[in-house]
Design a protein around this ligand. Sequence first.
Ligand code: PGA
Length: 251
Amino acid sequence: MRRKLVAGNWKMHGSRRSNEDLLGAVREGVRSQHAECAVLVPAPFLAQAESLLSGSVVAWGAQNLSEHDAGAFTGEVSAAMLAEFGARYVIVGHSERRALFAESSKTVALKAQAAWRGGLVPVVCVGEQLDERESGITERVVEAQLEAVLATAGLGEQELVLAYEPVWAIGTGRTATPEQAQEVHAFIRALMARRLGSRAAEWRILYGGSVKAGNARALFSMPDVDGGLVGGASLQAGEFLEIVRAASVAA
Ligand code: PGA
C-alpha cells in the first residue's frame, strides 16, 4: 500500500522571517496519522528547515542538485551537502529547469543517480506542453522523458518518486481533471511495470499543477495518484495543510 505524499515546492520564494511562520504552522498542523508531508525549500533555507522541523513528522528537501559529487562546479550544490542538512527529497527535472535551464532528460537521469549516491530520494518530474497534449502525443513525450531514468542501472533497488506535472497546469490555475491525471499516471505505472515488474507498484506518482485545497481530494482519490507536488498553494499554511488532510482522507 503506497502512503500518500504531499510535497510543497516553494520555488524561489521565502525569507528567514516568513519561513518561520510557514514552517511553524506546517509543523503544528501535520500529525502522524496524516499523509506524509514534505517541504522542498530553496537551498539556503535548508538549515532553517532542519532546525524548525527536526523531531516533527514533516520531511524537508531541496529543488535541485548537481549531477556531480564535488569539484570545480561554481554555483552548484551536491547531494551530500543537501543530506548534511537532513534533506530527504530533492526535485529533479522540474519543467522550469528543463525549459529555463536547458536540462535534458539525460541530465535529469544523472541528477537522479547523484541523489541516490548521496542518500536522497529524487522526485523526478515529467509532463507535456499544451501543444503536445493537443496534438495527442502526451504519452510519447512522458515516455521519452522517463526513458533515461528508467534505463538507469540498479534502479529497482532505489527509492524513486515520480511527479506528473502537465506544463499547461503549472501556476496557471488550470488543473488537469482527475481523469486526465489518472490516465497518464496509469500509463506511467504500466511503463515502470514493464521495466521493473512488481516493484513498480511500490513507487509513488504525484500529480502537480495547480493543486489546491478545493481540487486535491478528487485528484488524490484516483487509484494511481499517490499525492501531490504543490507549488503556489504550499506557500499558504492553511491551504497546504488542507491539501495534506485531503491526501490523508483519500489514503
Ligand atoms: P503550482 O506548481 O502548484 O503552482 O501549479 C506546481 C509545481 O510547479 O511543482
